[in-house]
Design a binder for this molecule. Structure first.
Ligand SMILES: [Zn+2]
Length: 471
């Protein structure tokens, strides 16, 4: 492992030298080659701490010891002893409101038999670090940690406080021990003008970084149950009010129904930029979305070939569960389907549900909303100081890349911050599309390239210093 790392360092030295941050723009220069060993050490240490949901305090203990040994004060907030959150703060002059660097410590489960290496070994092999949490979210945790340590060691004068938050319970939080707890009970300790966290992505194509996607908004989960009721009875006697029949007809009607295509500022900018950087054939599909005469065909193409991008175009309505029946010869009195609805941030939800009822057109089928704990907030701005800093930071590290805002189809903990007025931006390290699919967050085997890790730490540092370093 060690020799591989050395080889990489030498090969990367020329490229890295170009990336040394000029002293004038973002505080003093950092020699990033010298930081690599420490970045890798903390990253591997954190991956090796098994923090499957319910064990986050183990990572908090590691961070607490480290921060305190460097003279950075910390606070630990725990609703449950094993699921603590940690806040560290480096004070600035107060000229500007703080910047929050947020990452979660918990990871999802593993099926060890599917891994070619130990899932919590943080093995370095073939230029990658392998392990649960390498892409979600210990890369961001490490980048935020290194940013704090470097600011403190360099004795930088800051215009705003830097707040580091290691949160628990991002992956699974039935008791509200993570972001919900912090926002509801300790918000003054994390209140900030801007937040940087997971959710963005950076795409490598043909060996070069092509696009840096910054998550500025996300869809809102609005799940529902469809409940059909009828008369129970013997399976030998057909009944017109059999709830299975009514329910399956309702599911089929909703499946062939399409919510309207609707852009917002983020998705409009995203598809416009994608159409200018993509190969001709793909670019044409993205362009055709904006032309009413060709939009339907372009959407069909995306639905078939690029379902992620198709989902960005509209509120999605997806059946995910069916529950019915108690015996092969019994007609049940009730049948139920669950729909995972992901609403555009500005969706008129009562109107959406009314539309669905109309499509179903069957009084035997009731639509029952499942309560949504997340609030809704407008997208974070793309004309903010933070967004401009992210653009500049991205261009310094990936000079050929297009930087574009993106709407997430899934939900993140930014949904707790945006309603409190914190302009929140999701960022992520560089990966190929294949790596993202096969080795990304929550996949059977998770890994991140060492080079991407080092670049991501620099990206985070550059962006943080752009908005915080004293002028
Ligand atoms: Zn995550």
């Amino acid at each position: 492992m060690a020799w591989k790392l050395k080889l990489f360092c030498r090969a990367g030295a020329a490229a890295m030298a170009l990336m040394v941050v000029p002293a004038s723009a973002q505080g003093p220069a950092v020699n990033w080659n010298e930081q690599q060993a420490e970045i890798l050490r903390h990253y591997r240490d954190l991956v090796q701490i098994d923090t499957r949901s319910g064990n986050e305090t183990k990572a908090v203990d590691y961070l607490k010891k480290l921060f305190e040994s460097e003279g950075i004060p910390v606070q630990v907030f725990a609703l449950q002893p094993a699921r603590a959150n940690l806040v560290a703060r480096i004070k600035g002059s107060g000229r500007k409101k703080p910047l929050l660097l947020l990452a979660h410590t918990d990871v999802v489960g593993v099926q060890p038999e599917k891994w070619p290496v130990a899932p919590f070994g943080a093995i370095v092999k073939d230029g990658y670090v392998w392990g649960r949490g390498t892409a979600d979210d210990k890369d961001k945790l490490t980048a935020n940690l290194m940013t704090m340590l470097l600011v403190k060691r360099l004795g930088l004068h800051l215009d705003r406080d830097l707040i580091f938050l290691a949160e628990s319970g991002e992956e699974a939080d039935p008791d509200g021990v993570g972001m919900k707890f912090m926002v509801e009970q300790h918000f003054p300790d994390i209140d900030a003008e801007f937040a940087l966290t997971e959710g963005g992505s950076t795409l490598i194509e043909n060996g070069r970084v092509k696009a840096v996607n910054i998550a500025t908004t996300e869809k809102v989960p609005r799940r529902i149950r469809l409940v059909a009721t009828g008369t129970s009875g013997h399976g030998s006697v057909p009944r017109l009010d059999n709830p299975l029949i009514h329910l399956s007809q309702a599911v089929a009607k909703l499946a062939s129904w399409q919510t309207p295509l609707r852009f917002n500022d983020t998705t409009r900018s995203y598809f416009q930029q994608m159409s200018s950087i993509s190969p001709a054939a793909e670019a044409q599909h993205y362009r055709e979305l904006f032309n009413p005469a060709t939009a339907a065909a372009a959407q069909r193409y995306l639905a078939e070939h690029e379902p992620q991008r198709y989902s960005m175009l509209r509120t999605s309505v997806v059946p995910t569960m069916l529950k019915a029946g108690v015996g092969q010869n019994v007609i049940p009195s009730e049948a139920e389907a669950v729909f995972d609805i992901r609403a555009l941030p500005d969706e008129d939800v009562p109107k959406l549900f009314a539309g669905m009822k109309q499509v179903i057109g069957d009084p035997a089928v009731k639509l029952v909303p499942i309560p949504n704990p997340r609030s809704v907030a407008p997208p974070s701005r793309t004309d903010s100081e933070m967004y401009a800093a992210l653009e500049r930071a991205a261009h310094r590290i990936y000079p050929d890349a297009a930087v574009m805002p993106m709407m997430l189809n899934g939900a993140t903990d930014m949904s707790y911050l945006r309603p409190k007025g914190v302009q929140s931006y999701g960022i992520g390290p560089a990966t190929t599309e294949l790596d993202e699919i096969n080795y990304g967050a929550h996949s059977d085997v998770e890994r991140l390239s060492e080079k991407s890790l080092y670049e991501f730490v620099q990206f985070t540092w550059n962006a943080a210093m752009e908005v915080s370093a004293g002028k």
